[in-house]
Design a protein around this ligand. Structure first.
Ligand SMILES: [Zn+2]
Length: 72
């Protein structure tokens, strides 16, 4: 996969939520080493997830799954 596909598939969101299959995660991690834009995406998603976790600890997991369903 290339950058456009990672973006189109919201791979950064799946990566933060541990929702990627093994080969996709490996490919994305390799891509992250050379792509600051995708690193930023991961940081944005991670900050978003942290915010949700702090706001609603009990609903955080369900919330992120719902968000993923919407994205995929
Ligand atoms: Zn990229």
């Amino acid at each position: 996969m290339d950058h456009i596909q990672f973006k189109a598939n919201q791979t950064a969101a799946g990566y933060v939520a541990n929702g990627l299959d093994e080969s996709t995660q490996e490919a994305f991690e390799l891509h992250l080493m050379g792509c600051s834009e995708c690193v930023e995406d991961v940081e944005v998603w991670r900050a978003d997830q942290t915010r949700h976790a702090q706001a609603a600890p009990r609903g955080a997991h369900r919330g992120s799954q719902a968000a993923l369903r919407r994205l995929w």
